[in-house]
Ligand binder design. Structure first.
Ligand code: SF4
Ligand code: SF4
Length: 428
């Protein structure tokens, strides 16, 4: 295989990246991927596309972004599901997810942020400080949002290093909150029209919405296959598909995920599973797992269970609902987008009963025998909301294991012991 520095070194240098630190990051990912992914037996063959995507995560995809920029296009970075990608795409820009899933540059980060900040925030600030993420370096604009307090304040710091625009997201879902959110969508449109020099129209918004909906439909197909009695794909592989959805070219991703879904449906028909038919089935819910955070899924599946669903932003919250494509006016389409996004059940909202309902409904639909609640340490919204999830799950007869962790490997042994005991109990 060609040396990535030879192929892409000049591009990374042009982006102003810290090449030495970036090489160390690029060295770490294949080892993690080998251990979590390539060691799996009986994987769907079509997952080889994702092996390729991960191997080129800072290479080919960044080259595509650079070509888009050279042709006059813009790249927009986002951190949260609430930022409507339909609008970004409609205006000819490419959106990329910037949430980071690896521990990086913490020594420098902890000079700026309190130590007790969640790993996701520390990670994205660390990536920016150390200049190791080509996605954030290629972004013409970063769109933040007023979700949790940590993110809000971190965006102020990020704003000293990159162009940042903030959307105000209400934290309740009353009619007056919808009105505020709808006006924020209008502000976003104006901001993006200025950035791209293009005008949002009914036609370009409908076309972009169709494309993004098709991506979500492909993910729905893939995830529906996990409901089968003999599960045809590991939770790790399904999680990877959700993670890559935030980076990849939309039509290509949709096509490849549909190919995987074809293979999964054939596997189901042939009774071919990725785990034994009696493997305990687990639903994971909680904070998002940004790439390359595969830690908990890896532990669960190496303990002999199979993860059948993720109620999280790197999971069902991303693809479960579509944006209504039927309105025949631009205003109507923007209303539909505002409605779709305000329907997401993030723990930043109060009350957030919809999330408890989703966990219980999904556990039933996917045949999960137990729920693992995952929260990043110092993530107040999800750590506190674990109480409500646990209460609702137990009421529905589902055992719950609560895991609070970060991106480090220091607690692996302790997590393995707890997960193994839980999986054993589910199997009894
Ligand atoms: S958990 Fe909430 S704040 Fe985080 S990405 Fe999801 S919707 Fe956004
Ligand atoms: S994981 Fe929790 S604390 Fe961290 S950014 Fe997301 S909502 Fe905020």
């Amino acid at each position: 295989m060609a040396d990535p520095m030879e192929t892409y070194g000049e591009m990374w240098q042009d982006l102003g990246m810290n090449l030495r630190a970036h090489c160390a990051l690029l060295d770490a990912i294949p080892k993690m991927y080998q251990s979590a992914y390539l060691s799996q037996e009986n994987r769907p063959e079509a997952m080889s596309y994702f092996d390729f995507v991960v191997s080129e995560i800072h290479g080919l995809r960044i080259k595509e972004l650079m070509e888009h920029k050279e042709a006059g296009g813009k790249v927009v970075g986002t951190f949260c599901l609430y930022v409507p990608e339909e609008i970004i795409r409609a205006l000819g820009a490419i959106d990329v997810g910037l949430c980071a899933g690896a521990e990086w540059g913490y020594n420098e980060v902890e000079k700026l942020l309190p130590r007790n900040t969640c790993a996701l925030i520390k990670s994205f600030v660390g990536f920016k400080l150390d200049r190791v993420c080509p996605y954030v370096e290629s972004a013409d604009l970063v769109i933040g949002e007023t979700t949790c307090d940590g993110k809000k304040k971190a965006y102020e710091i990020l704003g000293e290093m990159a162009p940042v625009y903030i959307m105000e997201l209400p934290q309740m879902k009353r009619p007056e909150d919808f009105t505020l959110w709808r006006s924020e969508i209008d502000r976003l449109v104006a901001q993006l029209e200025e950035l791209t020099g293009r005008k949002l129209t009914l036609e370009n918004l409908k076309a972009a919405t169709r494309e993004v909906n098709a991506k979500r439909e492909a993910l729905q197909r893939l995830n529906n296959a996990r409901k089968a009695a003999v599960v045809p794909i590991s939770g790790k592989d399904a999680l990877l598909a959700s993670q890559v959805a935030f980076y990849d070219d939309v039509p290509r991703f949709t096509e490849m995920v549909n190919e995987i879904a074809d293979e999964l449906e054939a596997r189901i028909a042939a009774g071919q599973g990725v785990a034994p038919a009696d493997a305990p089935r687990v639903l994971v819910t909680g904070s998002p797992m940004a790439i390359p955070n595969w830690k908990l899924h890896d532990i669960i599946e190496k303990a002999g269970a199979v993860v059948v669903a993720e109620e999280m932003c790197t999971g069902s919250r991303y693809f479960d609902t579509l944006t209504d494509e039927t309105p025949e006016t631009l205003e109507g389409m923007l209303d539909a987008i505002a409605q779709k996004y305000l329907g997401i059940n993030c723990a930043c909202f109060t009350p957030n009963e919809g999330r408890m309902d989703d966990v219980v409904r999904m556990a039933e639909e996917y045949g999960a025998q137990g729920v693992i609640h995952y929260a990043l340490q110092f993530c107040t919204p999800y750590q506190m909301e674990a109480h409500g999830v646990e209460k609702a799950s137990r009421k529905a007869g589902l055992p719950v294991l609560r895991i609070d962790t970060d991106y480090s490997m220091e607690d692996i042994g302790q997590l393995q012991t707890r997960v193994e005991a839980f999986v054993e109990m589910l199997g009894d």
